[in-house]
Write a protein that binds this ligand. Structure first.
Ligand code: HEC
Ligand code: HEC
Length: 264
């Protein structure tokens, strides 16, 4: 993957001639202990978990939960995925595929186009007791097994549905896709945080491929609902921070600035 550089601590940059040997040995030790690749953040559970952690852990499962959890990727199309739908295979098992990045299903951004399923959103379940939501995910039409999403993880996903959703229309104009934040504030936040991994122009990491590149700017313009979800919850299987502990306005401001970055 092209974000491998994040896994590599780079103390060698700081190594001076005098201490080179000692520091290099220390760096190698750190790396062999796996300290640098941060699997702990990506797949681990904190010793003293906070509700914010549980919520963004659940939020990452709303996407490719098998990547978020390191479980097996489904091969067949989900039995509840409508025959008329245009997707097939693993993606039809993602919550977002049937319920949308804006959580509004057929009443939101997936009301038409290649992602249309006609299925309702999950937004009406905000405030529902997580146990009820978890039960619904084990039953038909969902049928997620404990092998796919173990009980503790399912609990966090259910908590996300119950307490972790935002009202996308309050932050993104559904007609124009324009985010409603403060560009100048977003520029400061972006340059101080996001740029560390994505570069000042957002082009350092390519989520697409050479032919059809996809950068921070591309996603922000084409699918601002996905961007907002990911800024708040992080990205499955990636050491991407989650901004849940900050007021949502920060994420909205960053998104608003991201919409000014290059799309290709
Ligand atoms: C293949 C399509 C599909 C996928 C994928 C899917 N769902 Fe659903 N979901 C449905 C359908 C269809 C319903 C409506 C069932 C009904 O009304 O009887 C539903 C209903 C729900 C509801 C209840 C909404 C309400 O207001 O009654 C919740 C909550 C929910 N899904 C959560 C999830 C979560 C979380 C995931 C991911 C783990 C997920 N769903 C994945 C098809 C899907
Ligand atoms: C510590 C490094 C790091 C930081 C800081 C970071 N990201 Fe990321 N981000 C990643 C990685 C790694 C990925 C996954 C890249 C991939 O899958 O190719 C990612 C993925 C994304 C995606 C997913 C896009 C898609 O289409 O799948 C978006 C959007 C994004 N980042 C936006 C941001 C924004 C905005 C910020 C600042 C709030 C930010 N990131 C901060 C590392 C980071």
């Amino acid at each position: 993957m092209d974000w491998d550089f994040l896994k590599t601590a780079r103390p060698s940059n700081r190594v001076t001639a005098t201490f080179a040997g000692v520091l290099l040995a220390a760096a190698c030790l750190m790396q062999s202990a796996g300290a640098a690749d941060n699997r702990d953040f990506v797949f681990g559970v904190p010793i003293d978990p906070t509700e914010e952690w549980a919520l963004f852990s659940g939020g990452r499962m709303y996407d490719k939960w098998w990547e978020a959890l390191g479980t097996e990727e489904p091969k067949e199309t989900h039995p509840a995925y409508p025959a008329a739908g245009k997707q097939k295979g693993a993606t039809t098992w993602r919550c977002k595929e049937c319920h949308g990045w804006d959580y509004k299903g057929a009443a939101g951004a997936y009301s038409s186009g290649g992602r249309f399923t006609g299925i309702k959103g999950v937004d009406k379940m905000s405030g529902t007791e997580p146990g009820k939501i978890a039960a619904l995910l084990r039953a038909k039409p969902h049928g997620y097994t404990a092998k796919q999403i173990p009980d503790d993880a399912l609990g966090r996903l259910a908590l996300f549905i119950s307490k972790g959703q935002h009202d996308a229309n309050a932050y993104i104009d559904p007609a124009t896709k324009k985010a409603k934040g403060n560009i100048e504030r977003g520029r400061k936040l972006y340059q101080g945080v996001c740029a560390a991994c994505h570069g000042f122009d957002g082009k350092l990491l390519n989520f697409g491929d050479d032919k059809k590149p996809e950068f921070v700017g591309t996603t922000a313009v084409e699918n601002p609902w996905e961007s907002l979800h990911k800024i708040r919850n992080g990205q499955p299987a990636a050491p991407m921070p989650a901004w849940r502990a900050f007021d949502i306005q920060n994420a909205v401001d960053v998104l608003t600035y991201s919409q000014t970055l290059p799309v290709k």
